[in-house]
Design a binder for this molecule. Sequence first.
Ligand code: APR
Length: 316
Amino acid sequence: MGKKVTVVGAGFYGSTTAQRLAEYDIFETVVITDIVEGKPAGLALDLNQSRPVEGFETKLVGVTTGPNGEGYEAIEGSDVVVITAGLARKPGMSRMDLLETNAKIVRQVSENVAKYAPNAVVIVVSNPLDEMTALAQIATQFPKNRVLGQAGMLDTARFTNFVAEALSVPVKSVRTLTLGSHGDTMVPVPSKSTVNGKPLRDVMPAEQIEELVVKTRNGGAEVVALLKTGSAYYAPSAAAARMAKAVAEDSGDVMPVCAWVDGEYGISGVYLGVEAEIGAEGVKRVVETELDADELAALKEAAEAVRAKQGDVASM
Ligand code: APR
């Protein structure tokens, strides 16, 4: 049987993710759901009509779901579910301002996912990311490796793009890494960043690296301030779709993701941005890389910051 992926939430993030997943042409079905009447069906209809032009066979199905789980039968048999449901920030808001509203939404969605797609790998993208990922695991009761969050790939992509622009080199020649939280305690890792294989620190002055680190940390807020009506979705959906693809293809690719950390880096019992090998069972293993002392200290600080907040979501 062909692979099936569901995207919950047919807003900007969800619709662009569904489009990317369909255009990969590796799934039999992409299901897109939302609570808004007609919207997911309309998007699916529209996307299906792009099939002859873009040349993909994947079929899209759009379903409106109700407050008591009506419509969720459509997600049955999904190999992967990407949760994008929830409010996006407006200018001036931090991701944490969305905590209570999005916790209600993510809990309700997760309970239905557990009921109708009990074998799925769940990829969470709703914000605040680290907390919503922890909550989705609690609400689904899935094994921790089968629930992960998208943030590191996006933050890394932003950092890489800024470095490539600053040095006027192709993005392909730049490798960067960000770990930690998808927020104030994001941990960009210059020691693991390279340009054409050379350490970033050898080709860029420390002050400029720090400038780009700050720009990366504020990457989402900068987009929100310009859009004014919502948050970023092109780079975020690119990252989430790649993660879903890695799961569907059981690729074993190593990606920076929000994963359950259990002993790596001397940190335990928290969802945190780390590198992990991704496959059919979600996180195959967390990949621990060697960090500088200050980077490791920052990662531990991030772990404690998100641990405190993740404790709060259990009761939300
Ligand atoms: N079930 C399904 N969909 C829901 C639910 C629910 N219980 N509650 C809300 N939604 C839908 C909304 O109807 C809307 O269509 O989620 C969608 C959110 O879309 P947008 O407002 O366009 O937000 P988007 O930019 O897609 O961001 C979604 O991702 O990056 C994060 O912070 C962002 O949490 C936000 C999420």
